[in-house]
Design a protein around this ligand. Structure first.
Ligand code: ADP
Length: 950
């Protein structure tokens, strides 16, 4: 709270109040004087003005009543009216009264004379003239009256009127004078007010000066002193301290404060110095702590690596870094003996390699015995760089030994001129012991991993699918074969697959989910001990059949899981299937004709029959024998074809001619009309006539056989790119969708009531497929049950070996360029002669790289490549390059090689033709011409399909 100063005699407030009081007093005094003066002069001037006005009024009234007197008198004289006379008296009285009033004013000399004269006139008129006049009127003596009137009175009247005029003028003058006097006075007052204002300002200025002297100056002095103190100097406050007011006290206190600050500053400075010293000490401690903390952190990181890493290289690198960080080696190498790995610092690769190679057995033995040692060497002046004195260099060898005491790794570290302390060596040795444990752990892990990998590899190479399931039902392991069989393509990555998950997968792929789930669940439980088997099939286009057996796996007495072994038995299943189908077919197809043959022969043998009957029976026997022969022929044909023993006599054929011939053979069919629609422009093929006839007869035979109600059988020929497509369409019973794909299997027949009566072996379509495949074509069926069936097959078009001119090929501007890549010049010449004679342009290269570069920008109709080119790019590499490059991928490639044909590469790179040397050059022309014309006919066919584009 603010506490006022104790009252001082000379306190600033009193001084200020005193000055203010005096100023107010003076101001009030001057204002009163000024006011009084203005008031009195105002009053005087008002009186004067009133007096002049009043006097003027009375003079004017006197003149009026004077005139009135004469006016009334004349009225009376004329009319002798008493009322006029009364009014005359009234005027006389008023005149008298006015005269009295006039006499009250201070009068000038002239006015006094006029007054006396008017008084006298009044007296005389009242007492003498008027009574006389009345009497003359009463007696009507107008003559005397006229004489009386023309007496001296008129002079007086005139004089008075003159005076009144004069007086009015005078009064006007007086008033004017008075006005200018007032103006003058107002100016005086303004002047006085200005004077008064100036005086007041003067006083205020004086007071301000006093205030400045008494207040501001000392305050300024104090401010200077304060600033001086703030900047560390001291200023003498002089006489300010002797002042007896508040400022004096302030200055005094300030002075005392300064002294005390001075004292305290000294104390503080010493304290501060002490604190600084303490802080330095603390900083030192903190640095040391930080250093220890850093080391601890590094050690911690290393510890983590030592405990957890399974990577030798990382362990080596981290350990080496740590040791270098902590012990500041100049050069060092950490060398893992087994595996010859090392990490180094301050060494070139060359010298590090040398050091490792020369790490001799003596040192190894010494290390195994001593664990670590230091070799001290003197570095002489000649072998050092910039050092001015010789010094010592310390080489530390510290080892990591395994549990058998064998050397695992060694740390070799040099410090120049900086000795190893015993504590450091102990620390390093201690660390190395821990490292040895870490290495052993890693080695152990690697061993385990190796054997695990070996196991996995063994399991993966087994053909059977293996699945190991824990007692809780989770899959712990599956091998690649199982993934393949059951189409489980998720990576397991050593993670367990929960039971519900893998069971769900099995349920989704099989057609007997419940049985399979039951089997699996049953086998996983603990009390399942024996071995059980189940078969299941996987739903695919061609179903896969699998047999799985489950067996428990034990560790000692305890069951640790169940092993399921899945075996793909599709092939066996199919063979089984085929076997049973064969048996049923054979039993049916053999037994039926055989039983008729047997029956009829028995009849013929035992009974006497009429010759016609005999003939009929023998015809039946013959027919059945043919049926049997056909069956056996079919069977043998297929057998031959499948074993590859079937010889195909390939020749140039026209498929249309063949088709016409065969259709003709069915001319006599009663219930079926077999006819041909030929839309094919290109009909040349290469084929075995006999087999193709067999193929067509089989298909048309089926078409007739499976249309028991008759109908048309249409054979259509047409071109598809590079091929002729032949279809056989009937209006028969059709085939159920799900059976279509199976029908090309041997002995496969559809077993239903509609077909039971129709005989067959189930070999026909299998034979057809074999024949078509051998001709490089495809075969397929389109059918709908009850709607008829169409069997299609295609055959590659064969382009006869005409020359290009014969084929009338419009050779475009780019020409028909063929590239020959061949390093045998004579063969290249031979080939090029042949090709040129057929209208080709030949580009020859013996370097595959350049050949490739040229192929990139030259249009080519084919490239003939020799496989052994003796360059860094081999023939197949060139082929691969050409096939992988977009610009060259479509150029037909012909291999010309002394090596035997490699089917794998030919298929992989879609090679047009593989010629094994020696071969006839004409063959090459034929292939190239065929390829060019095939390309051209392709283009034609496209146009035919879209006539609107022409
Ligand atoms: P096969 O005719 O001797 O029985 P195939 O191999 O020729 O043997 O035919 C296999 C099966 O395909 C036949 O049993 C028949 O069920 C079916 N099949 C073949 N061609 C036709 C067709 N045109 N129409 C209906 N079913 C056919």
């Amino acid at each position: 709270m603010y506490k006022p100063f104790p009252l001082l005699k000379n306190n600033i407030r009193n001084q200020f109040f005193k000055m203010l009081f005096t100023l107010i007093l003076i101001f009030i005094g001057m204002v009163i004087i000024f006011f009084l003066y203005v008031k009195s002069s105002n009053e005087r001037l008002t009186n004067e003005r009133e007096e002049v006005s009043a006097k003027a009024q009375i003079v004017s009234d006197l003149a009026e009543s004077y005139n009135g007197i004469f006016f009334r008198a004349r009225g009376y004289y004329a009319f002798q009216d008493e009322q006029e006379l009364d009014l005359l008296y009234e005027n006389l009285e008023k005149f008298e009264l006015l005269l009295d009033e006039f006499a009250q004013f201070p009068l000038t000399k002239e006015e006094k004379v006029i007054y006396a004269e008017l008084m006298e006139f009044h007296q005389e008129y009242k007492e003498v003239i008027l009574p006389k006049a009345i009497s003359y009127v009463e007696v009507s003596d107008y003559k005397s009256l006229r004489e009386l009137s023309s007496g001296g009175t008129n002079d007086l009247v005139n004089k008075f009127v003159a005076y009144t005029k004069e007086y009015n003028k005078q009064t006007e003058n007086d008033l004017k004078q008075l006005f200018s006097k007032i103006l003058e006075q107002a100016q005086q007052i303004t002047l006085l007010s200005l004077l008064l204002g100036g005086l007041v300002l003067l006083f205020v200025g004086m007071i301000m000066r006093r205030v400045l002297l008494n207040l501001i100056q000392p305050i300024e002095q104090l401010t200077v002193a304060t600033n001086a103190i703030a900047s560390g100097r001291f200023i003498d406050l002089g006489n300010l301290v002797q002042k007896e007011d508040e400022l004096g006290i302030l200055a005094n206190s300030f002075y005392k404060m300064t002294l005390s600050i001075q004292e305290k500053e000294e104390v503080l400075t010493t304290q501060n110095e002490e604190l600084m010293a303490q802080q330095d000490e603390l900083q030192g401690n903190q640095d040391q702590l930080q250093h220890s903390l850093d080391q601890l952190q590094k050690f911690n990181q290393l510890n983590h690596v030592l405990t957890f890493t399974l990577d030798k290289q990382k362990l080596l690198a981290d350990l080496h870094k740590y040791l270098n960080d902590i012990y500041a080696f100049d050069t060092s190498i950490l060398y893992l003996v087994e595996g010859q790995l090392y990490v180094s610092k301050g060494l070139t690769k060359q010298s590090a390699d040398l050091l490792v190679e020369n790490f001799n057995e003596d040192k190894q033995v010494r290390l195994e015995q001593e664990k670590s040692f230091v070799i001290t060497r003197e570095v002489t002046l000649t072998s050092q760089d910039i050092a001015q004195q010789s010094y010592f260099s310390y080489d530390l060898y510290s080892s990591v030994l395994n549990s058998e005491g064998r050397l695992v790794a060694v740390m070799m570290a040099t410090r120049e001129g900086h000795k190893y302390s015993t504590q450091e060596i102990e620390e390093i040795n201690g660390l190395m012991n821990r490292v040895s444990i870490a290495f052993e752990r890693i080695l152990m892990y690697e061993e385990v991993e190796r054997s695990r990998q070996l196991n996995q590899n063994i399991i993966d190479t087994v053909n059977e699918g293996i699945q190991f399931v824990s007692p809780t039902g989770d899959v712990v392991l599956i091998n690649e074969a199982l993934s393949r069989i059951i189409r489980y393509h998720h990576k397991m990555d050593n993670q367990h697959v929960a039971q519900w998950k893998w069971l769900k997968h099995f349920e989704a792929i099989t057609d007997q989910p419940e049985e399979l789930t039951f089997f699996f669940k049953n086998a996983v439980v603990e009390d399942f001990e024996d071995t059980r088997t189940i078969r299941y099939s996987i739903l695919e286009n061609t179903p896969v059949f699998v047999e799985v057996y489950a067996t428990s796996v034990y560790e000692g007495q305890e069951k640790i899981g169940t092993m399921f072994v899945h075996r793909d038995i599709t092939r066996e299943y199919e063979v089984d299937q085929m076997k049973s189908e064969l048996v049923s077919t054979v039993s049916h197809e053999l037994r039926t004709p055989l039983s008729s043959v047997l029956g009829f022969t028995e009849l013929l043998l035992t009974k006497e029959l009429k010759p016609e009957r005999q003939k009929k029976y023998i015809e039946t026997i013959h027919k059945e024998a043919i049926r049997l022969t056909n069956l056996i022929n079919d069977f043998l044909d297929l057998q031959r074809m499948e074993s590859g023993r079937q010889q195909y006599k390939m020749e140039q054929l026209c498929i249309d001619e063949l088709a016409i011939d065969i259709v003709n053979r069915f001319r006599h069919e009663e219930h079926h009309r077999v006819h041909l629609v030929d839309k094919a422009k290109t009909v040349n093929i290469m084929g075995d006539q006999e087999r193709l006839v067999q193929l067509l007869i089989n298909l048309i035979g089926n078409a007739i056989k499976f249309s028991p109600n008759g109908g048309d059988v249409v054979i259509t020929l047409e071109n598809v790119p590079n091929r002729v497509q032949i279809s056989v369409k009937d209006q028969g019973i059709g085939i159920p969708q799900n059976e279509i794909s199976k029908l090309f299997q041997k002995f496969k027949r559809i077993d239903n009531s509609a077909r039971r009566k129709i005989g067959g072996t189930g070999l026909g379509l299998a034979i057809c497929k074999e024949i078509v495949t051998q001709h490089g074509g495809d075969i397929w069926i389109e059918s709908e049950e009850g709607q008829g069936t169409t069997v299609y097959f295609t055959l590659p078009v064969h382009h006869a070996s005409q020359t290009l001119e014969e084929m009338n090929v419009a050779i475009d501007e780019a020409g028909l360029n063929v590239m020959i890549v061949e390093d045998d010049l004579s063969l290249a010449l031979l080939l090029s002669e042949e090709l040129k004679s057929n209208g080709f342009t030949v580009i020859y290269h013996d370097n595959p790289k350049r050949a490739f570069e040229e192929a990139l920008h030259t249009p080519l109709v084919g490239i003939v490549i020799d496989l052994m080119l003796g360059d860094d790019i081999k023939g197949w590499d060139l082929v691969q390059l050409l096939k992988e490059t977009a610009q060259t991928s479509t150029i037909p490639i012909i291999i010309s090689s002394a090596l035997d044909e490699s089917k794998e590469y030919v298929e992989k790179f879609k090679v047009e033709k593989y010629f094994t040397k020696p071969y006839h050059p004409e063959e090459l022309s034929k292939i190239l011409i065929a390829s060019v014309s095939a390309r051209l006919s392709n283009e034609n066919i496209v146009i035919n399909h879209h006539p609107s584009n022409v």
